[in-house]
Design a protein around this ligand. Structure first.
Ligand code: NAG
Ligand code: NAG
Ligand code: NAG
Ligand code: NAG
Ligand code: NAG
Length: 761
């Protein structure tokens, strides 16, 4: 922030004293008044003082947010009679962009606290909010309403048209793109273009249109930045064990480097810098609650950079968060220059990265991940545009010296987050500097005051312990399979003909599996459950079958074995110790799963189902075990219009004499298998009870459990077996057995275990 010397004496006439060289001229308060509000200065009426307009809640200053006192004693921008400076009511972007539905009331413009309701034409179903309110930060509450009709050509769900945008592209098949722009002069934050991927998800994030007065609340920042940074932190722990009380340093090949830059040019006061230091301290202490220990580079900058914590020191020493804090505390502002050199900041980061690369070697550097966080208003006036420097950083991390060939698998190695802070943020300069895979990387914040609290909310230690479904994708580490499927449990029920099943850890005390693993007369002590390594079985307290499960219920209706409600929960005597090799999977309709799916605000069970089990073909996985080897199987849920053809094969199963498929396969089942359009894997006997799951980012969510199949292609062996033309598997859809899961896992009036929090609806 600030304006450099070249402005001096531009307007000689208005300030003759300037010519003398040492005499400064003051600005005046003439014509700078604001109707309905007031103003403050950063340095009274002196040169370089910033005039900041203030309005009451729900209003914003218009046409200008600030003015700057020039050395010649004039304001920039100069006050004008038209349009007069005033406080205007906060406005939200136009919601009347909804397709196939109605928005009421219809208004020309929508102001703060105005309410809108959304309805779809018949034949269309509404996803998103039915009611939205225009919020004081210039955004609509809730989520974008979308009226859609599922059609077979669509691989991805309708991505909708967010308020204030217009969209081109109405076909949502694989590789189709949609493009967005904001109507009027609004700024588009988010993805201008999104591509429908094979996995049924759109790339990028939903765009939002920002007015000059729109900002992100602390909660929004902590929710979106929080889940992103959590992911960077949790994936990166190839070795995080504490053995014999001694922390093993992360092997070079999993290093995380965090670069933080804070613009202090506007806040030349120590108090403001202290706030920034406080916020960074909170962030660092939060990050240290993860078992990762990143390297940090912390820089304050104006026209110079002040390297408060040096990343290269981390190569030689074991630097504790406390040491960093001490270093930061020592920092005192005595910066007489008022310029801002954002390019210099990025150059400093680039240079440190280059030295780091040299020191650790190219091969090791390839495994380094980099998170850059920059807090600035973007008003650089020295050093030129940082664009090229940022491009060089990208090229270095993307292993692409020319910036020509894009290697998407390198995207996740670099995240550049920009936090626009200040009264007048230059978005167009700042937005192109962001980088990273999915997730929001650009934020516009009101001021730095609550930043420490925002960071405080970002990473809640309890949440880290309780993060369901978290897992690692590293192949070449010890216990790689356990770390990939830390929720997997292997069950053996001892009897004359023992049954082997797979289960999933759903809380630290419960294993979810199939009811048919148990037979009449089995006792808790016959049940052996293995989680983690070493073949140690957990002590079982009891097991509970779904009350509606009755394998013989339809014997006289031509269904020899009936598997509806084939679910059971095993309660352990002791809590499993949560670690990276033993951690619960996420199950539907819980708050934890909404978090894993990054559903912001109040969410519903249905929203989760819409994300996890969209129509048509959904790729799912389940596990199989052969000897001591655990392997992954893949199958596609035939949903919507594909379901009928899939389930009719149930009638081909041995022991079925009815011709009515609904008698055999109720709505509680998900059908997979067959060879078209994908060659699915088929389940084997020992796979029963295992989780049928989906990975969403770095989290695993169980949507079903393996129950039965119409054809046994595995024999006694098991393993990864391809489906035949007519073989089908039927899995219990967990969304259909929530009351049972909730009655036990969510049971509140007991003291044996912490209940799991389910969504109210
Ligand atoms: C919308 O908000 C404006 C400004 O607060 C108010 O004057 C107007 O009555 C509201 N309109 C509706 C329909 O609520
Ligand atoms: C992309 O980068 C990965 C390393 O992360 C490398 O294995 C792969 O070969 C690269 N692909 C291309 C096309 O450069
Ligand atoms: C954040 O800073 C404010 C003062 O700026 C302080 O009162 C508050 O306790 C701090 N919060 C945290 C979580 O550190
Ligand atoms: C299972 O269903 C059969 C047939 O309806 C019935 O006779 C039997 O009592 C049921 N078993 C249980 C445990 O409810
Ligand atoms: C098929 O079975 C279902 C479930 O028992 C039943 O509701 C339906 O009426 C049956 N249909 C026919 C044609 O018998």
């Amino acid at each position: 922030m600030g304006f450099s010397m070249q402005w001096i004496c531009l307007t000689v006439l208005s300030c003759l004293l300037c010519m003398g060289g040492e005499v400064r001229c003051d600005c005046t308060e003439e014509r700078i008044q604001i109707a309905g509000g007031h103003y403050t200065f950063t340095k009274q009426l002196n040169k370089d003082s910033m005039l900041i307009y203030q309005c009451p809640d729900d209003y914003y200053p218009y046409p200008h947010l600030t003015r700057m006192c020039q050395p010649d004693g004039s304001w920039r921008p100069p006050p004008k009679r038209f349009p007069p400076q005033k406080c205007k009511v906060v406005e939200c972007p136009d919601p009347n962009v909804l397709q196939n539905g109605n928005v009421s009331p219809f208004l020309e413009r929508y102001f703060v606290h105005n309410e809108t309701t959304y309805e779809c034409y018949s034949g269309y179903t509404l996803k998103g909010s039915t009611k939205r309110v225009c919020l004081p930060n210039g955004k609509w509450s809730g989520s974008t309403p979308i009226c859609s009709r599922d059609t077979a050509e669509n691989n991805c769900a309708d991505p909708g048209i967010p308020a204030g945008t217009s969209r081109t592209g109405d076909i949502f098949g694989i590789d189709n793109t949609v493009k967005y722009s904001c109507i009027g002069n609004l700024l588009l934050v988010g993805s201008e273009e999104r591509l429908c991927q094979e996995n049924g998800q759109w790339t990028g994030i939903e765009p939002t249109c920002y007015y000059r007065h729109t900002y992100d609340t602390s909660l929004e920042v902590s929710e979106s930045f929080g889940s992103a940074i959590r992911d960077s932190l949790t994936i990166l722990e190839p070795s995080d064990e504490t053995q014999l009380g001694r922390k093993i340093r992360i092997p070079k090949h999993g290093t995380l480097n965090i670069y933080i830059g804070v613009d202090i040019s506007e806040s030349i006061e120590q108090a403001e810098v202290d706030k920034a230091i406080n916020a960074i301290t909170v962030l660092i202490s939060k990050i240290s609650s993860f078992s990762v220990t990143p390297n940090y580079e912390i820089v304050f900058f104006s026209s110079e950079v002040f390297e408060v914590v040096k990343i290269l020191d981390f190569l030689d020493k074991d630097i504790k968060p406390k040491n960093m804090l001490d270093e930061m505390k020592k920092f005192k502002v005595d910066d007489k220059n008022t310029g801002t050199d954002l390019n210099l900041l990025f150059k400093t980061f680039l240079e440190r990265m280059s030295i780091m690369k040299q020191r650790v070697g190219d091969k090791n550097f390839e495994e380094h991940r980099h998170v850059l966080m920059v807090f600035t208003d973007g008003a650089y006036n020295m050093g030129g545009s940082p664009d090229r420097t940022v491009q060089k950083i990208k090229n270095m991390v993307y292993l692409d010296p020319t910036g020509q060939k894009k290697n998407e698998s390198r995207d996740e190695y670099l995240d550049i987050y920009i936090f626009g802070v200040g009264k007048d943020i230059l978005d167009t300069e700042l937005m192109p500097l962001t980088a990273g895979k999915d997730g929001k990387h650009y934020f516009r914040m009101k001021d730095i005051t609550n930043l420490n609290e925002t960071f405080d909310e970002i990473i809640d230690e309890e949440e880290v312990k309780g993060l369901c479904g978290l897992h690692k994708e590293y192949e070449a580490v010890e216990n790689a399979v356990r770390k990939k499927y830390p929720w997997s449990a292997f069950i053996r029920v001892e009897r004359e003909k023992p049954s082997n099943c797979i289960g999933s850890l759903v809380t630290s005390k419960f294993i979810l599996t199939a009811a048919h693993c148990f037979k009449f007369g089995d006792l808790a002590e016959h049940v052996k459950v293995e989680i983690g390594d070493g073949g140690i079985s957990e002590l079982v307290e009891e097991f509970k079958l779904h009350p509606n499960y009755n394998n013989t219920a339809k014997e006289n209706k031509g269904v020899k074995e009936f598997y509806d409600y084939d679910v059971a929960l095993i309660q352990l005597k002791n809590d499993v110790k949560i670690s990276n090799i033993a951690r619960p999977i996420c199950i539907p309709c819980t708050i934890a799963t909404s978090n894993a799916l990054q559903l912001v605000g109040a969410s519903t069970c249905r929203q989760q189902e819409e994300i996890l089990l969209k129509n048509h073909l959904e790729r799912l996985n389940f596990l199989t075990k052969r000897g001591n080897t655990v392997a992954l199987k893949e199958a596609h849920a035939k949903l919507g219009g594909n379901r009928g053809d899939c389930i009719r094969h149930a009638l081909e199963a041995p022991g079925i004499t009815t011709a009515n498929v609904s008698e055999v396969v109720t709505d509680n089942f998900i059908c997979t298998g067959g060879r078209t359009p994908f060659r699915d894997h088929i389940a084997c006997h020992g796979d029963s009870g295992g989780a049928v799951f989906k990975n969403y980012e770095r989290r695993t969510i169980q949507v079903a459990l393996v129950s039965w199949g119409n054809e046994d292609l595995c024999g006694s062996g098991g393993g990864v077996i391809e489906s035949g033309e007519k073989s089908r598997d039927f899995h219990i859809n967990l969304f259909r057995v929530i009351p049972f899961l909730k009655s036990i896992l969510g049971k509140e009036d007991q003291t044996d275990y912490t209940p799991l929090e389910f969504l109210p609806n």
